[in-house]
Design a protein around this ligand. Structure first.
Ligand SMILES: Cc1cc2nc3c(=O)[nH]c(=O)nc-3n(C[C@H](O)[C@H](O)[C@H](O)COP(=O)(O)O)c2cc1C
Length: 273
């Protein structure tokens, strides 16, 4: 399906995007942590300024101490500075970032001492993805609190979920590990971009039973997404970007299936009845 919009709709959408803001009671806006969470934006252009070692170490520590299911800590983090990234991947860190972390859902380590999910690969994988993603979010919030901006990437050439097979080989990852995303860190080159179109509260929060989808709201959101993409990438389009993702997703699906359903010889017995 092509997503073409007229000029008037595009302008209307851009105005809506520029009006987007957090809705928080005025009495709470002074709260420093809340401000940090609400201020965070994905940043895609960084200055050449280094991130001091102690600042980056604190960001990593925020990931290490994140909550996890049964405290299993089903994650690993491949840690890079700009030089190591270049050496590993033969390319620059995306967007001029100074440091990066590849966040990996990892049940390989815990499997050495505990067989928590012997017959439940999807549960095991889902739990690991959840936990590693929470750790990732902790890192980005800690970074933001320390004045360091970030962006999470599923793909940017060679760096996230959509590059799982490549990363598994390049980083020597064992079975039952899944690279999820790369977080690129750095100091923002310019003021933060406007908030991308977020769905209104009444579309996503509900009490009681799941409500019907409001198609008009969803259509308006999609139009804003298309218009916002065109405004920030005049030489490309939302559809072209989707196509790039789709082309990579097919390969990523095969890589992921192989990783999620992997079972070592010793545990390949029939499920318990
Ligand atoms: C798991 C994950 C993967 C993402 N992958 C990419 C990516 O590959 N390229 C990119 O430019 N942005 C990526 N993003 C950033 C999203 O586009 C961004 O979070 C979204 O547009 C909302 O904007 P905000 O973070 O400023 O609120 C990713 C975000 C997440 C959480």
């Amino acid at each position: 399906m092509k997503h073409k919009i007229g000029l008037a709709a595009a302008l209307r959408s851009l105005v809506q995007i520029l009006r987007g803001r957090a809705h928080v009671s005025a009495s709470l806006t002074e709260n420093a942590l809340l401000q940090t969470i609400l201020r965070r934006r994905s940043v895609r252009s960084f200055r050449s300024q280094e991130i001091p070692d102690d600042v980056f170490a604190a960001i990593l520590e925020a990931g290490r101490l994140a909550p996890s299911t049964v405290n299993l800590q089903t994650w690993s983090f491949a840690v890079f500075d700009a030089a190591l990234w270049r050496q590993t991947f033969d390319r620059r860190l995306p967007f001029g970032g100074q440091r990066a972390v590849i966040v990996i859902a990892d049940t390989h380590r815990v499997r050495q001492v505990l067989d928590v999910f012997p017959y439940s690969p999807l549960v095991e994988h889902t739990v690991a993805v959840m936990n590693a993603s929470l750790a990732a979010m902790n890192m980005t919030i800690a970074a933001e609190a320390l004045g360091v901006s970030s962006v999470m990437l599923s793909e940017s050439g060679r760096s996230g979920l959509l590059d799982g097979g490549y990363l598994r080989q390049r980083l020597g990852l064992p079975p039952t590990t899944t690279p999820l995303m790369t977080i690129v860190f750095g100091y923002a080159r310019r003021a933060y971009p406007p908030m991308p179109p977020k769905l209104p509260a009444e579309q996503i929060f509900f009490s009681g039973r799941y409500p019907p989808v409001n198609e008009a709201v969803m259509q308006s959101w999609l139009t804003q997404m298309v218009a916002g993409y065109k405004a920030s990438h005049p030489l490309s389009s939302f559809d072209r970007q989707l196509q790039i993702y789709r082309d990579k997703i097919e390969q990523a699906e095969a890589d992921l299936q192989a990783a999620v359903f992997y079972r070592p010889e010793s545990t390949r017995h029939a499920p318990r009845c």
